[in-house]
Write a protein that binds this ligand. Structure first.
Ligand code: AMP
Ligand code: ZN
Ligand code: FE
Ligand code: FE
Length: 280
């Protein structure tokens, strides 16, 4: 039996499931975490919280600690700012209302994207694409899959590059909340807010803006972060007195490889987050 008080072991605080654009169920992801020897994972679906309870149930059986999480889509007007929430109450009414609104908006957006594609001569059945998301929030990855299946593109990346990537001809924006609104929602629900993959497209000035608005931490380890970036953000977190997190951003095997188990953070980081939570 593991000594629970010790800060030993590893964690992955960025995992997607079928409740957003991940390929696998929460239970399956917990199984994978267990196989990878992880002590804790956070389920962080895009604008969705419904996978958390299922993961907790599986986690209890498989001895994997589940951190309730979410990845909120916000925008500062120039760039997407993804904000990870951890340890909030997934049944908080503010959070539930937000995710319901967002899911409805995503369905409308998928139809708009498919309309744009139709005008370009590419016919996808919107109902089929939306249904392919199952109970999850429909996103561009589902449309990319459909474009591949119907033979309009040869690869997942080509779908984004040619059609549905940011600013491409069939791109449609998601409804946007500001980073400050995202932070407020997470804090109101009792959680801590972290900036996801800050190295992907934000400048340090843009990051500092969010820090000033009350950010609690930043994700330092991420598949899109180089070793230099990890070091940079580790120092950045020290300077700005931020907590640190990290993870695989695993979406299952959609892009051919399973990222879980390859981007682990020391469990000690999770302990630090919990300590900070108790100071509120
Ligand atoms: P959505 O939330 O519907 O806008 O979809 C965003 C997701 O699409 C991201 O989490 C990525 O998984 C994927 N994505 C976005 N841009 C690209 C891209 N250029 N190439 C491949 N995948 C992308
Ligand atoms: Zn995603
Ligand atoms: Fe993200
Ligand atoms: Fe993510």
């Amino acid at each position: 039996m593991r000594e629970e008080n010790q800060d030993t072991g590893w964690a992955d605080l960025h995992v997607h499931t079928t409740w957003s654009d991940g390929v696998f169920s929460p239970e399956f992801m917990v199984q994978k975490a267990s196989e990878a020897g992880l002590r804790a994972i956070a389920i962080t679906d895009h604008d969705a919280v419904r996978g958390i309870d299922e993961a907790v149930e599986a986690g209890n059986k498989m001895d994997v600690e589940i951190v309730p999480g979410i990845e909120l889509s916000t925008s500062n007007g120039i760039h997407d700012v993804h904000i990870l929430g951890y340890f909030f109450d997934p049944h908080c009414s503010d959070m539930l209302e937000y995710v319901r609104y967002f899911q409805e908006e995503r369905v409308k957006r998928a139809r708009k994207i498919i309309d744009k594609l139709r005008k370009m001569g590419i016919r996808l059945n919107a109902d089929v694409v939306i249904a392919s998301a199952g109970h999850g929030a429909v996103g561009r990855p589902h449309i990319a899959d459909a474009l591949m299946e119907e033979g309009f593109v040869l690869s997942y990346d080509e779908a984004f590059y040619k059609y549905i990537g940011d600013g491409k001809p069939a791109f449609v924006k998601k409804p946007e909340i500001s980073p400050a609104e995202g932070l407020a929602l997470i804090h109101k629900s009792g959680g801590l807010a972290f900036l996801a993959h800050p190295g992907m497209d934000l400048t340090d000035d843009e990051i500092i803006q969010v820090v000033k608005q009350g950010l609690d931490g930043i994700e330092i380890l991420h598949p899109k972060h180089s070793v230099d970036m990890v070091n940079h953000f580790y120092n950045f977190a020290n300077i700005h007195r931020l907590l640190v997190s990290g993870g695989s951003d695993c979406h299952g095997n959609r892009k051919g490889e399973m990222m879980m188990g390859r981007f682990n953070i020391p469990y000690k980081f999770v302990s630090e987050i919990k300590k900070a939570l108790h100071h509120f």
